[in-house]
Structures are given as structure tokens and as C-alpha cells.
Design a binder for this molecule. Sequence first.
Ligand code: ADP
Ligand code: MG
Length: 243
Amino acid sequence: MINLKNVSKTFGKQHALDNISLQFPKNKTSVIVGPSGSGKSTLLRSLNLLETPESGEYEFNDEKIDFSKKLSSKTILNIRRKTSMVFQSFNLFPHLTVLKNVMEGQVQVLNKSKEEAKDVAEKLLDKVGMLDKADSYPSQLSGGQAQRVAIARSLAMHPEYILLDEPTSALDPEIELEVLKVLLDLAKEKQSLVIVTHNLTFAQRVADKIVFIEDGKVGFDGDTKDFFESDDQRIKDFLAAMT
Ligand code: ADP
Ligand code: MG
């Protein structure tokens, strides 16, 4: 379980996260929505310690992090291993084949043998429907294919949580579906997911809980159905603007 308490992060005078308290339960899909510039990416990146908030607490299972103190490299490494980030722009290694992209972290970080890493990589590529492209390079893939490889690469690290920042925003609608289908499968398998998305149809379908972020604050934190049926005018305005 991830538990944030009173977490704040500023960029200059900009309060990107303003006293955020939230939980991201294990084996559930949490979806973060909100207007552009509201702090969604900063929130997600903080879970992976790609951003370091100035204050507040971050609990990951039994590990407690106090953001007002300097983080040790051991803590950072530990959290990075438990949370894997999937970006809008895929960030595959361009000089490695699809197969090698999914093997690399297993060999370098998890110290697996090449044979074992290859075995796992092939299984995961099969799972995301990309095994036939194992020997291709990232430049030869469509955006949807690249993102599915990026998801397989994340899964190969056996993180407790996969964090996805607008994983389909760079994709055409018909290609978006092939990535969303993979995410729906992972959600069904109870992989712990935290997803930032603008696709509210998808959010409604996949989310166990919705977090609505507005001006760096939590505007809603709760049940998916309650969010979409909310009487709160700000939520209604947001939903109307998005459809
Ligand atoms: P979202 O993902 O919801 O669009 P972000 O988390 O990217 O929002 O940004 C929240 C706010 O923090 C915005 O005002 C943005 O301009 C600011 N911000 C984010 N990252 C940085 C940064 N590295 N430097 C300065 N300002 C930033
Ligand atoms: Mg963002």
C-alpha cells in the first residue's frame, strides 16, 4: 500500500502539490484525472522519487519516508525497484531490439542470467502481443506497439506498482485501444496500477478508485461511480469540459 500524508512540492512560487494526502491500494487500479497543469505528473513522479517533495510523508508498505529529510540512495533505489514508470513517450532504448529492451533491466538490475531474462522477455512480449516484433528496433514500431513493449519492460522488473503517465496521449484513437486493452488485462490480474489519463471512458471502465487533482490539491478521492455521478459543480464542470 502507498500512503501519502501532507505532501507538498513547489517549483519556485508554483505549488505543484499542495498538502496532498492519498492512498494507492495494492492490487487495485487507481486513476488520476484533472486539468492540464494541475499536478498529476508531479504526483506520479513523486511516487517513483523522480521528483522529491519538500515536505510530507511517503509510506510504502513498511518503509516510511520523511520528505523533509534528505533521502538516502538506498531508499531511492528501493522505491524505484518497487515502482516502475511508463511514460507518454515510451522511452525505449533506441539502440536495442525489442527483446533486448525487455531483457536489459533484468540482467543489469535484477542480475538474472541472459537465458532466464530472455525466457521472461518472450513470455511478456507474448502477453502484450509483441513477440513477433522481438527482433525489431523501436524506430520500426508504431506508437501503440512501442508502448506495449514499454509495458512489458516494466512488468519484467516485477515492480509492486506500475505508474503510467498518460500512456496513450501520444497515440491515435484506433491505436490507443490496443494499449488500453493490455492495461485492462493487467487490472483484471490485480496488478497494482496508478494511471494518469485524459480518457474518461477508459478511466470509468478500469478504475477501482479515482483521484481528481485540481491546482495541486485533491478535489476528489474515492469510488469511481461516485466520481462520475458527483453533484460537485467543479467535478461536473471538469467532466463536461472533457467530453
Ligand atoms: P499535469 O501533469 O497535471 O499537467 P504537472 O505536474 O506537470 O501537471 O505540473 C504542475 C505544475 O507544476 C504546473 O504549473 C507546471 O508548470 C509546474 N511544473 C511541473 N514540473 C516543473 C518543473 N520541472 N519546473 C517548473 N515547474 C514545473
Ligand atoms: Mg502531466
